[in-house]
Write a protein that binds this ligand. Structure first.
Ligand SMILES: [Zn+2]
Length: 352
C-alpha cells in the first residue's frame, strides 16, 4: 500500500512554506552564521521545531513558528527553503499540483527582506522548478494575511496581494480566528472578489462554528482551511452552507490532532463532511513542523476513517477542481490522476 500511495499523483492545496523548513537546513544556515539557534544538535533542534505529540493549543504551535521565521534571513535562504519545499513535495510525496502559501509579514517582518523581493524570489524559484520538471509539476502561490499580527498588517498584506495579483493564485486569512471576527475583513474580501483573486480562509480551527458561518456569509471564500467546528452547528446550517455553496474544505487530519482541535484523529469530522456532500481536499498544512506529509495524511484517512484508495483518488479529483491554479496547469495533473486511477483501481470501484 505504501508504494501504491506514493505513486498516486497528488494535489496539495493547503501547505505553509514556513512549515516546510528542513531541520538540516536550519543547522546549515546557523553553521554559515546566517541565523542563531538555541542548539546545534540535530535531535535537540528537531524537538524544538517539530511537533511529535499533541500540544495544548494553536498558540504553542505559533511559538514554534517563531523560531522558524528567523530562517528567512535573506533572499538566498528564501530561495533555498522554497526550492527544498518543492523538491520534498514532488520527490517524496509525488505531489503534482501544489498551492504553497506564506505570510509575508510573518516571514519577512523580523528579517531584512523586502516583501517585493521576497515574493519575486519565491515566484522565480517556483517557475524555475516547474520548468525543470517539464510540465509534470505545477505550483501556485497563496499570500496569507496573519490575523494575529493585527488589522494594519492584514490590510497591508491585502494591498500587497492586490498589487501583485498576476503572481498569485489566491489569498488566505490565517491564524488567530477566535479574536478576529470575519466582519472586520468584509471590505477586503470584496476587493479580492472584484480583482478576481480567489479566497480561502482558515476557519473553524480555533474558532467555533459561528466563525465558519460568518466567514461563509461575510467573506464568501471559495475554500475553507480546516473547518472542523462547522459540524458543531446544532442546526446543521453551517455544514449545509459548505455543501450547497460548493466550498471545498482543506482537511488537515494530523495538524488538527497535534494542535488539539480534535482529541484523536478518529474524532475528526471527515466522514460527516463527506456524508453531507461537502467537497474535501486532504492536505498536510506544515509537513516539517508537524512531521507529516500527504502519505501520512492519506494513511490516517484510511486507518482512522476507512477511506478507500478510490476515495483518496476522489479527494484528489475534488482538490484539483477546487484549485486556484489555471486550467492550463490543472489539465496535465487531471490526466495523470485519471491514468493512475485507470491503472490501479478496478472499474467497479471507480467513480471518475
Ligand atoms: Zn494552515
Amino acid at each position: 500500500m505504501d508504494s501504491l500511495l506514493t505513486s498516486m499523483p497528488k494535489v496539495e492545496l493547503h501547505r505553509h512554506l514556513e512549515g516546510c523548513i528542513r531541520t538540516s537546513t536550519l543547522l546549515e544556515l546557523a553553521k554559515g552564521g546566517a541565523i542563531d539557534l538555541p542548539t546545534r544538535t540535530h535531535a535537540e533542534l528537531d524537538s524544538l521545531v517539530k511537533l511529535k505529540g499533541p500540544m495544548a493549543g494553536l498558540e504553542q504551535v505559533l511559538a514554534m513558528f517563531g523560531l522558524l521565521r528567523t530562517a528567512f534571513v535573506d533572499l538566498e535562504a528564501v530561495e533555498r527553503i522554497t526550492r527544498e519545499a518543492l523538491e520534498d513535495a514532488l520527490h517524496r510525496e509525488n505531489v503534482r499540483l501544489l498551492e504553497l502559501r506564506f505570510s509575508p509579514d510573518f516571514m519577512f517582518g523580523l528579517n531584512n527582506v523586502s516583501w517585493e523581493y521576497g515574493l519575486e524570489r519565491i515566484a522565480r524559484t517556483c517557475r524555475t522548478f516547474e520548468a525543470e520538471t517539464g510540465g509534470t509539476f505545477a505550483v501556485g502561490l497563496v499570500v496569507i494575511a496573519s490575523r494575529g499580527l493585527g488589522l494594519l498588517s492584514v490590510r497591508r498584506t491585502a494591498e500587497f496581494a492586490l498589487a501583485h495579483r498576476a503572481e498569485l493564485a489566491g489569498f488566505d486569512f490565517a491564524d488567530g480566528e477566535k479574536d478576529n471576527p470575519a466582519a472586520q475583513y468584509r471590505e477586503l474580501a470584496s476587493a479580492f472578489h472584484k480583482a478576481g483573486l480567489p479566497l480561502t480562509v482558515h476557519s473553524g480551527e480555533d474558532g467555533g462554528w459561528e466563525h465558519v458561518r460568518d466567514t461563509l456569509e461575510l467573506l464568501r471564500p471559495a475554500r475553507i482551511g480546516h473547518g472542523v467546528h462547522a459540524v458543531d452547528d446544532p442546526s446543521g446550517h453551517t455544514l449545509e452552507l459548505l455543501a450547497t455553496r460548493g466550498v471545498c474544505v482543506e482537511v488537515n487530519l494530523v495538524s488538527n490532532y497535534l494542535t488539539g482541535t480534535v482529541a484523536r484523529v478518529e474524532d475528526h469530522p471527515l466522514r460527516r463532511f463527506l456524508g453531507a456532500g461537502v467537497e474535501v481536499a486532504l492536505c498536510a498544512d506544515d509537513p516539517q513542523l508537524l512531521d507529516t506529509d500527504l502519505l501520512r495524511e492519506y494513511e490516517a484517512a484510511r486507518t482512522a476513517h476507512g477511506l478507500t484508495l478510490s476515495d483518496l483518488v476522489e479527494c484528489n479529483a475534488r482538490a484539483l477542481e477546487a484549485s486556484f491554479l489555471s486550467e492550463e496547469k490543472v489539465a496535465p495533473v487531471r490526466r495523470a490522476l485519471l491514468d493512475w486511477a485507470a491503472e490501479h483501481i478496478p472499474p467497479v470501484q471507480r467513480s471518475l
